[in-house]
Ligand binder design. Structure first.
Ligand SMILES: [Zn+2]
Ligand SMILES: [Zn+2]
Ligand SMILES: [Zn+2]
Ligand SMILES: [Zn+2]
Ligand SMILES: [Zn+2]
Ligand SMILES: [Zn+2]
Ligand SMILES: [Zn+2]
Ligand SMILES: [Zn+2]
Length: 340
């Protein structure tokens, strides 16, 4: 379908399928912002999941929140998971705040039934001080709603934080359990900070894994975590190469793509530019010269390298030069700078 559904389309659809007594999950992703479309669902007790599309920019709090309230007003409601537009976190609305408090309270009151611990005693359900739906900082000064805590977006089961069974994919931003979105066989994708769910592996992605020759962990091709170092000739991952250069712990020349481990670069074969956060190898600098290196800082670094190289060449081509300088420093040879 190429055209997006509007209020009338959705409303007609909901009436037609007798949604109020039948519909358990409603995802309004990829629809036009709705206002009255959800009326047929007022007070439903069967709806379990409602996704209002986190990317929706112009959904009206005033039009939608009373509808949400109509659902949780009924004590028999089945609502387990909601996704709100992220921009709502920046709105100051007492109606929305009141709804959030009630929604969180409602889920708190229900039996948590942690699917990760399955009744085991050390379940951290009650120890969690995070609420279900909370707005969080994305960037400084920019608040967003983080995906609902504890509940898997797909199977709607609850998992306590300690069971480590749900993770937020940083690519699709959904919280899913490890059964619904099995982790990729990649040491980097499995890290909580940059967890990438298996559903987000792109269709055209090269899925062959590269093994780090030191830690023997598998890595997907996506992060380019494993590089062949042209000095030690080993394929190693970022964390095994010894450096902390930020996103790229290998030094990779931006021109010839040659890579070197951080701890193999003893003789300064490459230079890291703080300005553009990229590396250049000295071979490429010598070929390209001190201009047109893409950034001002790169040009400065190139100029510095070429000057140092010239000085070194001067010294090696004229070994007497350093002896002469030394003699001048020690006052063995009188030297007077020529006046203007
Ligand atoms: Zn648990
Ligand atoms: Zn799940
Ligand atoms: Zn994902
Ligand atoms: Zn990966
Ligand atoms: Zn490694
Ligand atoms: Zn190396
Ligand atoms: Zn190079
Ligand atoms: Zn630069």
């Amino acid at each position: 379908m190429t055209t997006k559904l509007n209020d009338d389309d959705i409303r007609a659809l909901l009436v037609c399928i007798r949604a109020k007594s039948k519909l358990k999950r409603l995802m309004l992703t990829n629809c036009l912002p709705v206002t009255y479309a959800l009326q047929p669902l007022q007070g439903t007790i069967v709806l379990e999941k409602l996704d209002l599309d986190k990317n929706q920019q112009s959904l009206s709090v005033e039009a939608i929140v009373p509808f949400l309230v109509s659902i949780i007003d009924n004590h028999a409601n089945s609502l387990k998971h909601i996704t709100l537009p992220e921009v709502w976190a920046q709105r100051t609305s007492s109606t929305l705040d009141r709804f959030l408090r009630r929604y969180n309270g409602m889920l708190d009151y229900r039996h948590f039934n942690c699917a990760g611990c399955k009744g085991r005693e050390n379940c951290a359900e009650s120890a969690s001080d995070v609420t279900w739906l909370t707005s969080g900082m994305k960037h400084i000064g920019e608040e967003i709603f983080s995906p609902q805590n504890f509940t898997c977006y797909k199977c709607l089961r609850n998992f306590c934080d300690d069971s480590d069974k749900t993770m937020c994919c940083y690519s699709c931003c959904l919280r899913q359990c490890s059964e619904c979105a099995p982790p990729i066989d990649c040491a980097e994708c499995c890290e909580p900070d940059n967890f990438r769910c298996s559903l987000c592996v792109e269709d055209d992605e090269d899925t062959t894994k590269v093994k780090c020759e030191e830690c023997r962990e598998n890595y997907c091709q996506w992060h380019k975590s494993v590089r062949l170092c042209f000095v030690c000739n080993m394929k190693r991952c970022r964390s095994c190469t010894g450096g902390q250069l930020g996103p790229e712990d290998h030094r990779v020349c931006k021109y010839c793509s040659k890579a070197i481990c951080f701890d193999c670069d003893m003789d300064d074969i490459m230079v890291f530019c703080d300005g553009c956060a990229e590396c250049m190898c000295f071979q490429c600098i010598e070929m390209r010269g001190d201009a047109n290196n893409g950034c001002v800082d790169c040009n400065t670094l190139a100029r510095e390298h070429l000057r140092n190289k010239r000085d070194r060449q001067l010294e090696t081509s004229n070994p007497g030069m350093e002896a002469l300088r030394q003699a001048i420093r020690e006052g063995k040879i009188a030297y007077q700078a020529r006046g203007p």
